[in-house]
Design a protein around this ligand. Structure first.
Ligand code: TXA
Ligand code: MG
Length: 345
């Protein structure tokens, strides 16, 4: 199959392209569509066969449920049944963060096929800030089920070229919207009531909507307890090894020297590029995430692209990544780096 690439024009009305993409989806086909976080591999969420195709094309295990992308918050009632005691909180979160990089896990409506949610009673709902995904969902008239447009366990694609490397030849159409403005997958929360019956959220995946921002709206419940080294997902799909380059990746404190193994060539992913570690001799390549300035938002946008570039550099055998400050966006980035560093099962 040849993958057609349609370029979106940021200064023009792209509705004709959205309609074209919606036609492919309505026919049961799949389309890669940009969001502000990463590119998604979209299928009609109400078409179980199309959704089965998503799993096949991604080589994704069926126990890992998908996110449904809505054209707007008003489509939420089509797929979720919000309990009365959580309605106020859901409305506030939607008002504050939608459209944007927040996904809410809510009790699902019966019309959502079980394959979308991997049989769970809940569905993950998101209204992205990217006009393309919303526009295609509007043209289709259904939500779009879309995981990140990479093969399972690989690094999420943050530009059209990365999607082509992952899925080229496997899907009929890719909407090219350029580079993603956030670069890290959405924050996933589950609205719940705490032990006193007060509305709160549990964070299932850290992302661009930081805990600091969430705390302005509500309490954050502690994660469900699980024992050390337990690789089972708390939410299905939150696997320990994920977002992984093909090469081994190790984390290292930028303030301490690194002891290389003889005969191995290392590439360094450095936060600002000016650390003690970066100054050390012998790196095959050093790539800074936020050169000089050390801005977490800039580092987040570049993280996956830099991981990919290191993976593709033939001079690098092992990737070393500096640990990052774990505040704000640093929490989500360290989560991705730890998963990239985890042993593959
Ligand atoms: O930014 C994003 O969220 C991107 C763009 C494309 O929207 N999507 C994305 O999808 O990252 P994916 O499939 O790579 O990750 C979705 C995560 C999975 O780890 C899955 O386990 C979790 O969402 N998830 C989906 N439905 C869930 C549910 N009902 N309960 C708990 N977790 C759920
Ligand atoms: Mg993914």
């Amino acid at each position: 199959m040849e993958t057609r690439v349609s370029e979106l024009d940021p200064l023009e009305d792209n509705r004709a392209l959205y309609r074209e993409a919606a036609e492919v989806l309505a026919g049961g086909g799949l389309v890669a569509i940009p969001t502000e976080t990463v590119y998604g591999l979209g299928g009609d969420a109400f078409n179980a066969e199309a959704v089965a195709q998503i799993f096949a094309v991604k080589e994704r295990p069926s126990f890992d449920p998908l996110i449904c992308h809505l054209s707007g918050a008003n489509q939420l009632r089509d797929i979720a049944v919000v309990p009365a005691e959580l309605q106020g909180l859901v409305d506030r979160l939607a008002e504050e963060f939608w459209p944007g990089p927040l996904t809410m896990v809510l009790p699902k409506a019966p019309c959502v096929p079980d394959i979308v949610t991997s049989g769970l009673p809940t569905v993950a709902c998101r209204v992205t800030a990217h006009e393309a995904m919303r526009g295609v969902a509007r043209a289709l008239g259904h939500p779009i089920a879309a995981p990140s447009a990479n093969r399972f366990g690989h690094i999420s694609p943050t530009c059209a070229g990365a999607v082509l490397k992952e899925l080229g030849g496997r899907i009929p159409l890719l909407l090219d919207g350029g580079a993603c403005s956030e670069g890290l997958e959405s924050t996933i929360v589950q609205p719940l009531t705490d032990e006193k019956g007060r509305p709160a959220v549990r964070v299932l995946r850290d992302g661009p909507v930081t805990r600091e921002k969430l705390r302005r709206i509500c309490r954050i419940l502690k994660p469900e307890r699980r024992s050390e080294g337990d690789a089972r997902p708390t939410a299905p799909g939150q696997l320990t090894s994920h977002y992984a380059p093909g090469k081994p990746l190790v984390l290292h404190d930028p303030k301490t020297p690194f002891e290389p193994r003889e005969g191995v060539s290392y590439g360094l992913i450095s936060y600002q590029g000016d650390s003690l570690l970066a100054a050390q001799e012998g790196w095959a390549e050093v790539m800074p995430l936020s050169p000089g300035s050390g801005r977490l938002a800039e580092a987040a946008v570049r993280l996956f692209a830099v991981m990919r570039a290191m993976d593709e550099n033939p001079a690098v055998q092992v990737i070393v990544a500096e640990t990052l400050p774990e505040t704000g966006l640093g929490v989500a980035m360290m989560d991705r780096l730890r998963r990239a560093a985890a042993e593959k099962a």
